[in-house]
Design a protein around this ligand. Sequence first.
Ligand code: ADP
Ligand code: MG
Length: 726
Amino acid sequence: MLELTTPVQYVKGIGPRLAEILATKGIVTVGDLLNYLPFRYEDRMNPRGIAELRAGEMATVIGEVRNSGLFRTRRMPIFQLTVGQGRSRLKCLWFNATYLQDKFKPGQLIALYGKVEQDSRSGELQIIQPQFEMLGDSSGDGADDKAATSLEVGRIVPIYESAGQGRVTARWFRRVIRTALDDLTPDLAEAIPAVVRGRLALVSPREALWKVHWPEAGESFEDLQSSRTPAHIRLIFEELFFIELGLELKRRQQKTQTGIAFRLDDHARQAIKKILPFHPTAAQKRVLKEIADDMQQPYPMRRLLQGDVGSGKTIIGFQAAIIAIENGYQVALMAPTEILAQQHYFSARQILENAGYRIVLLTGSLEADRKREIRRHIAQGNAQLVIGTHALLEEKVEFARPGLVIVDEQHRFGVLQRLKLMKKSGESADPSASSGQALTNPAEPDVLVMTATPIPRTLALTLYGDLDLSVLDELPPGRTPIVTRRIADDRSSEVWDFLRKQVAKGHQAYVVYPVIAENEETELKAAIKMYRELSGKVFADLKVGLLHGRLDSELKDQVMRMFQKGELQILVATTVIEVGVDVPNATVMVIEHAERFGLAQLHQLRGRIGRGAAKSYCILMTGGKVTEEGERRLDAMVRTNDGFQIAELDLELRGPGEFFGTRQAGMPNFRVANLIRDRQLLELAKREAATVMAGPNSEVTQVEISRALVALRTRWQHTYGLVEVG
Ligand code: ADP
Ligand code: MG
């Protein structure tokens, strides 16, 4: 009998070599194999008669090979196959397919799947490049063939993605999965508590596994193709449920750790109010209260503050900092880039220094002497607010009394970095890890992560599922929506005229390019060259600056500061400005080769304008060919300013793995779930996981909870390789 945890080698028909190939697909155990779901199904119950086919339909045809051959045209070799059913015949073509030569023998039974088309010359129906599968081939012994054939015709047949460069075919998977199901232990443990199963009407694990691979005759074909049969839903929900259960467990464990219970007395309240340069929005007030409530708890805060660009997160970060500082603790504020760290430093000094707080900036590019001095200030507890880049993480910075870590991650930090940060602050609280400070401060500091990426809820639930969530869903008053237009770059002179008019009104503008320097291979306009052209010719009478990633940081800083002070009217830049830079007087953003940028990036860039009361304009210039996906991105930008809508579309276009720019963003690899398709199930899973962990109570017993936690541990270790739980 096979268990779900049995290694796949123990399934009949899988030797060590095949097991190795399967491992490359992440299939190690019987459970993995059975969760390798068909990516589509073919209805071979009622295969189509060739005579009834219609042009334009997708069809499965089962027929006999009549003849086949390769013929060469001037442009390429074409392989042609004719299959027949009685007297009807159907022609199939494959281009450039010399490898198909000699593959088919007359009389063989074959299943074909593809789009039926009408040959424009002969008027005959044909299928071009169909997927195909040989049925009951003559290799192997006869009995086995018969059994296998019965799996392949006269029913709905599962189609699997092949593996090992085609060495492991769909057909092979079908047989082996069937064998595994036949030999599977009849009593599969059920780890989802009964009340949850009842609410979602989940079928048993055994039924789910059988039916997802071998659907019964009455099953809706549409539900099968869209992974919405009860069998699919059971398996998908199960996967999501255990992910959410793990995250919920982590959140609960964090709440049992020792943190700092900051006090929010009248003095601190006054201090927070005093620094405000404006009336906070209702959303800002609500979020600050959520944060302040957390900070007063005896366990460490782990909170994500999500707010679109320009929603006013910075001031909230500063207010939280004041609470910690007024309690005698130090605060670290980390930004993803030096420019942004400098920007925070700049605003912190404007807002906090008058109130007497001591602020330092620590970035990687400082001279060694200076760094050492600043580190000493931090270690001695003189510096109250420490602003920096990753340097704060990477170099050994010791705080005398660390109380709060604020991570302004925009969308640059991934989850992995976040975990690293938390570990490090954990380490520094470990008496064996560092000098003395642990004795004075054994508690974990609070952590506030601020993100400008309006992460779609679905992703936030998994990526940040172990954090509590606050959302700033209101922009400060007086903003007029940004007008976004798309213009072909042969009309650039009109764009420059427009830009000149805005500057004449006293405003400033950004002009952004996708690349820094010219390069023979591309015809993309580069920032350096265009800077020369714009500053030398087009805007020779205006003050134009240049900003890109290869400038040394002192120069970058200087340019940014000049732009901030209005000493530059036009800033030619690369995407280095995409993060956080705040110049409310800038009202125009021209993005050249806008088709080259990702959607999230365009939105971040656009977020640099529209920060003041004056009307702002974003001009997307396109040169050259725009792909279909590019069109959808540009179209979305013109249509909406809503970061959440844009993020949803971005997620759809790029898929969760690419969403954060890198694959290593800490996304678990799902076996059967798909975050886009299954977002509703994910929400349900999160809710159910929370109710289960709230037990035991009249709904869930202690035994059920323990059983779920045991299942959880096996899953997280084996399948997701995520941080260990429990
Ligand atoms: P982000 O959320 O992108 O970090 P910022 O904190 O930089 O946004 O705020 C964007 C701009 O809005 C800044 O110029 C800031 O001073 C201003 N701002 C923030 N909150 C308010 C408010 N309640 N009223 C007026 N202006 C505000
Ligand atoms: Mg910001």
